[in-house]
Write a protein that binds this ligand. Sequence first.
Ligand code: ATP
Length: 210
Amino acid sequence: MPVSMPVPVLSCHELTVQRGEIPLCEGVALELSAGDICHLIGANGTGKTTLLMQLAGLLPVLTGEVHYQGSKTLPIQPLYVSHQLGIHPSLTVAQNLTFLLNLYGITPSRDEIDAALNWVGLQGFETISSSHLSAGQTRRITLARLYLLTPKVTPLWLLDEPFTALDVDMVARMEVRLREFADMGGAILMTSHQPVAVANQVLDLSGYMV
Ligand SMILES: Nc1ncnc2c1ncn2[C@@H]1O[C@H](COP(=O)(O)OP(=O)(O)OP(=O)(O)O)[C@@H](O)[C@H]1O
């Protein structure tokens, strides 16, 4: 009996990266399987954020095909971490993290919140207003959810410059977590203007510019 190949988590064919009327890149091809971490690169303005937003379902795909686990519609909820962090300044650190996890159907326990905040170095900040945090600390709240999200909840992570404003130690911890998630069966497409040591694929959008 032939051995069936596993279905990719994400595959794109002949995709046009497009915002409104203007095509930015054409003919983009990408295939991500469980275990893959793809580093999306290209000069400023090439269309990296636009592509991530299209794949997250926030901008339309007008030309080309996108399949998520073999299906044309979104049977899975990708995690999209954008430049806009989605942190509400009037909520505490723990409340913001709880809200971000609720979006994925997770109601975290107190212990889980503590563990996730500990992972990003925000232990002791649970009841602090998020408006009192630095840029890097604020970004750490939004990244703390990665500690609790498994491929079973969301098998595809779309991360837009997740390392921005993070110190060297936190970037190293993040890279360990990205590899753990991929090894558990997840797939990741991420932008970064720095090298990503744990990536096993690179997609350079510059080669597809119109
Ligand atoms: N909100 C917007 N409305 C209309 N056009 C936009 C908007 N944001 C970006 N663009 C246009 O879309 C193009 C692609 O932008 P995008 O943010 O996807 O690039 P990028 O590769 O992620 O850039 P960077 O490396 O600077 O983050 C830009 O050249 C810009 O002209």
